[in-house]
Write a new protein. Structure first.
Lengths: 297, 158
């Protein structure tokens, strides 16, 4: 009887050990071993399944650089160290109060030398505002409001959200196979480069041509108000900016900014409601207004 | 007496094991500061770089984690780290990749992929992007800007 009891106590331990050893099958064996094709495919799917994820910050950085290059190819950056320096100081400080205070290599801002009213926020924190957009602002509160809105798009990952499911699944498939060393280096690089191309096309199409969804714009407005409040800016700066935009949109052609964003009047209603519901407050400051005046367009 | 000593020894051993088994996180941004307090402009007590492993020694508070790095304790924003273990791509280090975790970037879109993309699209203005990346503003200047503008409130350490 005593011997039977010892045998029963060993079985569950053995079962656990067998299960554990199966879970640690060496992927490298798949490439070098003598498994048949069907088992290779099964392991490949397993690797790809494990690879399913959103882009990492370092990947967002390289994606963002490519999107930024596409934007800067279409619209040159303004050569104005004073204004660009002011914009970067304001923007990089403001980003510290966001839900994503740091990106892989940090937030950077540029003024695009065009009269058109527009703004773009690429993954990784590459943010662009046009000269036309900045020209309509009257104080640092309004400028901070616009910058906070773009920072919100980055922190909410709206840029990478524009990547089509098919493009990203294809990219992860290649990454999974590369990690399992189930393809040659040159095959991997060719496929990765092609996937990268697709991803960049998706985002540029989303940012420049289509714009974000109405819901994403409203969400970015709300998050911008949170950022402004934490930073100490008067959140009414965003409401004032939208009021100005509403006046301009009444006679502007439906292109660029006005084509890719919801009507300013609708956004203004949402912003005013959010400020009131959350009792957000702030005071416009004389020092901030004075330093804005030095760089106003 | 002997029993008390044994119990004390076991208690100490368990505590030591728990300390050793602290949760570890990996830095996923290029470079960051570990700070004295849970504020974006609190004084830095240590620096950490991409793939550094940090021991978490406290729960999350207002988006910040208390960590220990090279013997120094401080706070880091939770978005700057991940619980995943770092693995370096075979292309970047020549080492084989990890078995179970398709982990950090460097396996996917990295500098080599960008170089390939640039060869395919020579018209893309990467020079302008490089100039844009040079527009880093020092933390000292950011703090001065925030203070001058009466901003930051309780987020700005005195």
């Amino acid at each position: 009887m005593r011997g039977s009891t010892r045998w029963f106590s060993v079985v569950p331990v053995a079962a656990v050990l067998i299960a554990f050893s199966c879970a640690t099958v060496d992927v490298e064996d798949l490439v070098e071993g003598t498994l048949d094709g069907r088992e290779d495919a099964a392991k490949a799917f397993d690797l790809i399944d494990k690879a399913l994820r959103d882009p990492f910050p370092a990947e967002e950085y390289y994606i963002g650089r490519a999107v930024a290059a596409a934007i800067l190819t279409r619209y040159p950056a303004m050569d104005d160290p004073g204004r660009t320096g002011y914009l970067n100081t304001l923007g990089q400080a403001l980003a510290k109060f966001s839900a994503l205070p740091e990106t892989f290599r940090g937030y950077r801002f540029a003024v695009l030398d065009t009269d058109g009213i527009n703004a773009f926020a690429a993954p990784g924190g590459f943010i662009f505002l046009t000269r036309g957009l900045l020209a309509g602002q009257r104080n640092e509160e309004q400028m901070a409001a616009v910058v906070a809105h773009e920072i919100a798009h980055v922190s909410l990952r709206h840029g990478t959200g524009a990547i089509r499911q098919a493009s990203w699944t294809k990219a992860l498939t290649v990454i999974g196979l590369a990690a399992g060393q189930m393809a040659t280096d040159s095959e991997v690089m060719d496929d990765l480069a092609e996937s990268f191309d697709d991803v960049i096309d998706d985002i540029v199409q989303g940012l420049v041509v289509n714009g974000y969804s109405r819901q994403q714009e409203y969400t970015a407005d709300r998050e911008a108000l949170n950022i402004l409040h934490r930073a100490g800016y008067d959140p009414l700066g965003l409401a004032e900016f939208l009021r100005t935009l509403r006046e301009k949109s009444a006679y502007a052609e439906r292109k660029g900014f006005f084509e890719t964003h919801p009507p300013a009047g609708d956004r203004l209603d949402e912003v005013e409601r959010y400020i009131k519901d959350n009792r957000l407050e702030g005071i416009a400051d004389r020092v901030r207004t004075a330093r804005f005046s030095r760089y106003a367009l | 007496m002997r029993r008390a000593l044994v119990i004390s020894f076991v208690f100490i051993a368990v505590c030591a094991l728990l300390a050793v088994a602290a949760e570890m996180v990996t830095v996923i941004v290029g470079k960051t500061s570990i700070r004295k307090d849970r504020q974006p402009f609190a004084p830095a007590v240590a620096e950490a770089v991409y793939t550094d492993r940090l021991a978490v020694i406290g729960g999350e508070e207002r988006g910040w984690l208390k960590v220990r790095h090279k013997g120094v304790e401080g706070w880091i924003h939770k978005t700057a780290v991940t619980v995943k273990k770092p693995e370096v791509s075979s292309r970047e280090s020549g080492e084989r990749v990890g078995r179970d975790e398709i982990a950090l970037a460097g396996k996917g879109f990295d500098r080599e992929v960008e170089d390939s993309y640039r060869r395919k699209h020579p018209d893309m203005n990467y020079a302008a992007v490089d100039r844009m990346e040079n527009l880093n503003v020092s933390e000292t200047a950011l703090i001065a800007f925030v203070r001058e503008g009466n901003l930051g409130g309780k987020e700005l350490s005195p």
